[in-house]
Design a protein around this ligand. Structure first.
Ligand code: GLU
Length: 495
């Protein structure tokens, strides 16, 4: 465990749904911050106004809260280094852009998009990697300043050194050395005066005293530029941590938008907002995504968020791409469902009954929770297998009530005999009802499957249910007898 408190930020752009990749980054940020007694910071990177999606910021926040990742500083709660929304920090970026210009580490560029397009086409024709050709880099500084003051449209570009190379260290990948001449003169400030990520994020990371930048590996190609910017401004660099990418379940390539949207049909998703509805516990999602790119050892797989805070380490991050494996998610969901205290499980399934229009009272829920906790893989299955407890009546199909190998009339007979047994049992408890029902099975010379199958369908309306006699005990004597009588009626009518 590191003794230096880490300041780590999750810096999403509010341009869409919070997905697994973002959630994992936030989680790794959170773990490092909590483990070291540092701070987890939420910073909204909303400088690209055209890509903003209304509601995305709120969705990011509620997704993080759902996962249990409460931030210590952020746009909604403030903090000592705010504001935490980049759109509210424009002047700061301008100030550092000016400093870079003053120090000859950045320059004004007046090239029109037409000209840049022509340059690009020619470079492509010449089989060169497209890059800025340096025209405005050579302009006289005073002359450039005059043109800016005269209102000529311009951007600000970083003046990447032409000579030598730069070596940057990534925590997972070690030292990366790049020849400076291969690094473009990237735009830092656009013609509308807004800073781009390359400048804004570096300024913020510095001013917010960020110790570790944990982000997706799509930023690796521009890491040398980011390092140059820190150095040009005389700042100490944070530790750079570029995480592995997620591949689609087949392991072949990244998931397309279309494929991501289609997942929901199979009860899966990569968007955090969907997991509740699909019946997944945040604990399971946290456990699952943590292990996509990190391991504790080669066998431990069950972790609570608290365990992870203790056990997490940057050293055990894995840079290899990770295929999203939904079977694993189901597995973790099962483990976490079963590890919940029964009373907690009972409260977690409640909203799923409500969502299907069933009014699930706490007293009954607390009774059914122990008998279904072992049986559900996802919470949304709870009303599917246990909805009958809360329905005023069940109306089974005759075919379902008819036991295998018996006619409807014979099944009606079995149901009548069962009714008599249940009516004469002293009470409708598993202890009182099961032995005489088993005796009836013997007496009739049928299988338990046949006799209990009829009773199960009669009482629950389903072929598969939680344990039958425990279920009957919860439903109660009067209601059980009523349902069996109704089944007899249905079978007699058909027979
Ligand atoms: N706004 C960037 C993104 O959403 C953040 C990258 C970073 O963490 O620095 O990709």
């Amino acid at each position: 465990m590191s003794s230096v408190p880490a300041r780590v930020r999750f810096a999403p752009s509010p341009t869409g749904h919070l997905h697994l990749g973002g959630a994992r980054t936030a989680l790794y940020d959170y773990l490092l911050a909590k483990q070291t007694g540092g701070q987890f910071i939420l910073r909204i990177e909303d400088t690209d106004r055209r890509r903003l999606v209304p509601g995305a910021e709120e969705e990011i926040m509620s997704g993080l809260r759902w996962l249990g990742l409460q931030w210590d500083e952020g746009p909604d709660i403030g903090g000592p280094y705010g504001p935490y929304r980049q759109s509210e920090r424009k002047e700061l970026y301008q100030q550092y852009a000016n400093q870079l210009i003053e120090n000859d580490q950045a320059f004004y560029c007046f090239c029109t998009s037409d000209r840049l397009e022509r340059v690009r086409t020619e470079q492509q024709k010449a089989k060169m990697i497209p890059h800025y050709d340096g025209t405005c880099r050579r302009l006289d500084k005073d002359e450039a300043r005059r043109r800016v003051n005269a209102g000529e449209p311009h951007v600000i570009r970083f003046k990447t050194p032409r000579e030598g190379s730069i070596t940057v260290k990534d925590v997972l990948r070690g030292e990366i050395t790049v020849e400076n001449r291969t690094i473009d003169d990237y735009i830092l400030v656009k013609s509308d005066g807004l800073a781009l990520y390359h400048l804004a994020a570096m300024v913020d990371d510095h001013l917010m005293k960020i110790t570790h930048v944990i982000r997706g590996s799509e930023w690796l190609p521009t890491l040398p530029l980011h390092s140059h910017i820190h150095r040009a401004l005389g700042w100490e660099e944070p530790q750079w941590v570029h995480l592995s990418v997620f591949l689609k379940p087949t392991g072949k390539g990244k998931m397309s938008k279309r494929e991501a949207a289609d997942l929901i049909k199979d009860g899966h998703s990569i968007f955090v907002k969907d997991f509740t509805g699909l019946g997944y516990l945040p604990e399971a999602v946290v456990n699952w995504i943590t292990l996509m790119g990190w391991s504790y050892d080669d066998h431990t797989e069950f972790f609570s968020l608290q365990d992870l805070v203790e056990k997490y380490s940057l050293e055990r991050l894995n840079p290899s791409p990770a295929a999203i494996n939904f079977t694993k998610l189901d597995h973790f969901n099962g483990l976490h469902i079963r590890s919940l205290p029964v009373a907690e499980f009972s409260q977690r399934i409640k909203p799923y009954f409500t969502a299907t229009g069933l009014n699930a009272d706490d007293a009954t829920l607390n009774k059914i929770a122990p008998i279904i906790q072992e049986r559900v893989a996802t919470l949304d299955e709870a009303p599917e297998i246990a909805g009958f407890f809360f329905r005023p009546a069940v109306e089974p199909q005759v075919e379902e009530l008819t036991a295998k190998g018996l006619t409807a009339a014979q099944s009606a007979d079995v149901a009548r005999r069962s009714l008599a047994v249940l009516e004469s049992a002293p009470e409708m408890t598993a202890a009182a009802a099961e032995p005489p029902m088993r005796a009836l099975v013997e007496e009739l010379g049928l299988s338990a499957g046949q006799v209990f199958g009829i009773l199960r369908t009669a009482v629950t309306g389903q072929k598969v249910s939680p344990p039958l006699f425990e279920s009957m005990e919860i439903i109660g004597r009067e209601e059980v007898l009523k349902r069996v009588r109704r089944a007899i009626e249905l079978l007699e009518r058909a027979g």
